[in-house]
Design a protein around this ligand. Structure first.
Ligand code: HEC
Length: 403
């Protein structure tokens, strides 16, 4: 019953998280489009009022006329629309989900027993939890320091972008070496997503509050607040596409269970940012197909990098020994190593229904999923956390199994 309620809570939180993220990212993409699509108003009186850009749009059966003021309107209305709850809700629900799923079961989901770094492979559950929290916090601190030190007055934003890109490669590399593949993708996405929400919380909203306060007091707002808000929201826009991919990556073990998972992750982060760049420019009227084309090239490289190798795992020469293992031999291994979890009635205490809906109760089920079994066993992704202690010899038998 407990496992069932936990699953239910997980589902509800995920629902909330996706809805809040869609609303937040949707609004953020909308405002980038609006900002880049502004045209100088034709109406002289309008320009005199301080409007420096406007956009006409038709949507949902009505006509809209947005105007952006260069500095400030003569009079600020009381019912100003602010955007922050969507961002905070996304982060809070995402963090709750991470706690419920990963931090409640760290030895399953966070620890990578196959890590090339011995200390990481031997982390206890709570050490892995502390590590995950440090990772998120550290990501924000480093990113924030880079922004503050490299481009404090927004005068070196180009150099800053390169530094942030390098930082993301390092994050991808570290995460894959410290955590299990699935958690590594998620945590790298969470480092970016945390930076995005923290940008809103620590810089964009406080800056806007100072601007509004100054205007209400009849003073001129400090332009640095506006510029910094813009800098951070530009970063946020390039993070969005990569973050979405990293968040849904947990459905695709061929991405994160690969030994070069950090390279695959890096390729996708840059591909996402390049594709986003195309749309950012497009809204300001420039069509630059080279950006998405470069993004597609990176994705094609990742198709090549992530392709499963044909060599049997463990390198043992079982295949050469004959026609490959018998069905009985394979199903014996699966029964011993997989069915504790992958059964209609799992005997493993952490599961009350088959994980990912996959069951191996009958030989028929096993035979129907040969390719998938070979993939997850060959990449060491399954058995999860090698909880059932599958041996290299057994992995080699699975790899040598003929379809
Ligand atoms: C300790 C429990 C446990 C054991 C043992 C286990 N699995 Fe899994 N398996 C899981 C969980 C949990 C998931 C879902 C993970 C996820 O959501 O990606 C999963 C997912 C899968 C998937 C789907 C992967 C995907 O790409 O979404 C396959 C295939 C799979 N397991 C096969 C196996 C095989 C084959 C074995 C035995 C060699 C095995 N599992 C042993 C817990 C286990």
């Amino acid at each position: 019953m407990d496992a069932y309620l936990l699953e239910f809570a997980n589902m509800l939180l995920r629902w909330l998280h996706v809805i809040a993220a869609v609303a937040w990212i949707g609004e953020s993409i909308y405002f980038v489009m609006l900002d880049n699509g502004l045209k100088t108003p034709k109406d002289e009186a309008c320009r005199k009022k301080g409007v420096f850009g406007e956009m006409w749009a038709v949507h949902g059966g009505g006509f809209y006329h947005n105007q952006k003021y260069a500095t400030s309107p003569e009079k600020l209305p009381d019912d100003l629309h602010w955007s922050f709850w969507k961002s905070y809700t996304t982060w809070l629900s995402g963090f709750a989900l991470f706690t419920l799923l990963y931090m409640a079961n760290p030895s399953f989901y966070l620890v990578n027993p196959n890590s090339a770094w011995e200390w990481a492979a031997n982390m206890t559950g709570w050490q892995a939890n502390v590590m995950a929290l440090l990772f998120l916090l550290g990501g924000w601190v480093v990113y924030n320091e880079l922004c503050k030190r490299i481009s404090p007055n927004m005068e070196r934003d180009g150099v800053l972008s390169i530094a942030v890109a390098v930082m993301m490669v390092v994050v991808a590399y570290l995460s894959v070496h410290i955590f299990s593949g699935r958690a590594a993708f998620l945590l790298t996405g969470a480092v970016m997503a945390t930076a995005m929400s923290a940008n809103v919380f620590f810089w964009i909203i406080p800056g806007q509050r100072r601007m509004v306060k100054a205007l209400k007091a009849g003073e001129t707002p400090n332009p640095i607040d506006g510029k910094r808000g813009k800098q951070r929201s530009v970063h946020n826009t390039y993070f969005t596409l990569p973050v979405v991919l990293l968040m849904i990556s947990n459905h695709y073990s061929f991405l994160y269970a690969h030994e070069l998972a950090w390279v695959i992750m890096t390729l996708f982060i840059f591909a996402g940012a390049l594709i986003r760049q195309f749309f950012v420019l497009m809204h300001s009227g420039q069509i630059k197909p080279a950006y998405p084309a470069a993004g597609v090239v990176l994705i094609l490289i990742s198709v090549w990098v992530a392709a499963p190798s044909s060599a049997p795992a463990g390198g043992t020469d079982v295949a050469a020994a004959g026609d490959g293992p018998s069905v009985a031999e394979v199903s014996g291994i699966i029964n011993e190593r997989c069915v504790t979890c992958h059964s209609r009635e799992p005997s493993h205490p952490s599961f009350n229904s088959a994980p990912a809906g996959i069951t191996y109760d009958s030989d028929e089920n096993i035979l129907n999923s040969i390719a998938q079994i070979k993939q997850v066993v060959g990449s060491n992704y399954m058995p999860l956390g090698n909880m059932t202690q599958m041996t290299d010899e057994e992995r080699a038998v699975i790899a040598a199994w003929q379809e």
